[in-house]
Design a protein around this ligand. Structure first.
Ligand code: ADP
Ligand code: MG
Length: 241
């Protein structure tokens, strides 16, 4: 048992450290990127290629941080708490809205109200964010839709991320979640690895359905509850205390 506690502590230290580093490293990356762009207009065209490569590599570093650690907070413990699923998803949608706008894609949602599940709120957001990001990146025209439904009988909350994009072949589907598996020029191939691990660690499941040229549906399931507004107020106190 003491060894297990020791391992858990080590994991906590490592993830805390990683989160702090991500926060600290982001700022200098942004500064360097800005200066390269400024310098670019003042130097020979022959050098532009090198500067573009440098910028691409900086963007790659930023992607790795965002796939892994966007929602990681320094000093964040591993505590699981009851979250309001709709609220959390709307925060993700807000965060991804400008990315969708740039690509000219509609970001739609249909979210059933008053659903709650017990997860780590930051890891939950990181996991879903990576899926929404992929859906947007796969789509050139059309829309990305996020839906949430609840089955009263089994008490299962189903979250779907649906896109009308590229889709995947059977071989591509098999590669999903393998580290560094990417079909994108500037991809990290780390997003889904992180997502799958986080969702499974929180007791959820996820499944991909995809057809080349048609699009992809990612199904995520968590055990949860629906609470009436009355119950919500009753249970609010312990969480806000
Ligand atoms: P990255 O996004 O950096 O490539 P991910 O682990 O997030 O890494 O995704 C791995 C690969 O899975 C992608 O490169 C892409 O080929 C495929 N993929 C993931 N999501 C989708 C999707 N919604 N539609 C089509 N392909 C997808
Ligand atoms: Mg990705």
């Amino acid at each position: 048992l003491s060894e297990q506690i020791h391992d858990a502590e080590k994991l906590n230290i490592v993830s805390e450290l990683a989160a702090s580093i991500a926060h600290e490293v982001r700022n200098p990356l942004t500064v360097v990127r800005g200066f390269i762009q400024l310098t670019k207009v003042k130097v020979d065209k022959e050098l532009h290629h090198y500067m573009d490569t440098a910028i691409d590599e900086l963007d790659r570093a930023e992607s790795i941080i965002s796939d892994y650690l966007n929602f990681a907070k320094p000093q964040q413990d591993m505590k699981t708490e009851e979250i309001r699923v709709g609220k959390s998803l709307k925060e993700i949608i807000l965060l991804m809205q400008s990315y969708a706008n740039i690509k000219g894609i509609k970001l739609e949602h249909h979210i059933e109200k008053d659903l709650y599940t017990k997860v780590d709120p930051f890891k939950f957001k990181q996991a879903i964010l990576n899926l929404v990001k992929n859906a947007i990146e796969a789509t050139d025209s059309g829309s990305v839709k996020i839906t949430v439904t609840f089955c009263e009988k089994s008490q299962v909350i189903s979250i779907q991320v649906i896109d009308t994009g590229l889709g995947m072949t059977v071989e591509q589907l098999q590669g999903i979640g393998k580290p560094y598996h990417t079909t994108k020029e500037n991809g990290t191939g780390l997003g889904l690895m992180v997502t799958i691990r986080l969702i499974e660690a929180m007791g959820g499941t996820l499944k991909f359905e995809s057809e080349p040229g048609k699009g992809t549906i990612v199904n995520i399931k968590f055990i949860g509850v629906r609470k009436s507004p009355k119950e919500q107020n009753a249970s609010k106190k312990p969480y806000t205390a």
